[in-house]
Ligand binder design. Sequence first.
Ligand SMILES: *Cc1c(COP(=O)(O)O)cnc(C)c1O
Length: 397
Amino acid sequence: MNNNFLNTNEIIEIENRHTSGVYAKQSIAIVRGQGASLFDAEDVEYLDCSSGHGVANLGHAHPKIAEAVSKQASTLITLFETFPNDQRALLMQKFANLIPGLDRVFFCNSGTESVEAALKFARISTGRKNIVATMRAFHGRTYGSLSATFNKKYREGFEPLVPGFSHVPYNNIEALEQAVTEETAAVILEVIQGEGGVYIVSTEYIQAARQICDARGALLIVDEIQTGFGRTGTMFAIEHFDVTPDLLACAKSLAGGVPMGAVLIGPNVRNLTTGVHGSTFGGNPLSCAAALAALQVIEEEDLPRQALVKGAYLMDKLHQIESPLIREVRGMGLMIGIELKQKSAPYIKALQERRIIALNAGMTVIRLLPPLVISYQQIDHLVDVLTEVLTAELEIA
Ligand SMILES: *Cc1c(COP(=O)(O)O)cnc(C)c1O
């Protein structure tokens, strides 16, 4: 403990006094992490089943990330992308082979920025204005990505949004067929809708989306910000479906928790010439070094496989919970939604009181996004607590 030690109450009090107000603040204050565990200021342990919305796929405080960041911080932190750099070059080379065909990359600093870049690239590439997105989609909160986001809870009060966006029902081929025209620049899709409620794209739909885009000369953008980097059992979720997008937006777990976003770019994306887009922090050596270390850890620890095997184990146990509250359990790898017949918020609160941090998705879904390094013992504990919360005669809801 250092001289700046604050206890939980002090931390919460200061934040409540000075917060912008845009976050629903929790009543616990986290100061440290280790693997799938988080610790508060009094060293009480929580099991993290949120990974910061899918950022901490590698677990918290991974020693390889800490080492890479520390080493690069004392070498070179910042460098505008006009100047080539060793860490960035190595990362580009690594990225170029992740999805065959997508061999160019644009670096930025967050999820919403990667969506913004993909949208701009689609318009400049095609010379067209219209973007087709899907209902329930979440793509971020800045103006372009917000215009692609569907839920009015995020949009209301911020109009006018960017013109040219429309929303069609997810997994409905006919509606997509009608919406995409010769004026469509791009279709943008999540491979699994995360915030929207953990809905998985159907193979027929994503393959049809590819064909429809090709037929009309539109680009296909996939948003893998939440599904990327091993989460669903493959490096990117799109690999399950035998489809290659033109633009792939990613962020969250890309640099092992260090802020970074990227767009992978395919051969049909044109007109990306000098000055078309840019970012001051994009591709900085510190984030690139962290991302290089993260990709190495994902490989060495075979995190996609861990997600697959542990996901199957957890899913099996969840299916065995007999509770009249559960409507459906669905997911891929370690991205899992438990849909209830009523609002999920009170159950997420009950989990937190039992030191498990889970997420909502839509109104009725409990979303589980644990670090992929979660142990089987921790998974068993999660299932025990979930069973208690979803079956006991609790004063919930
Ligand atoms: C989190 C997320 C975003 C936005 O990312 P930020 O880094 O918060 O801007 C966009 N799309 C999806 C699918 C996400 O999960």
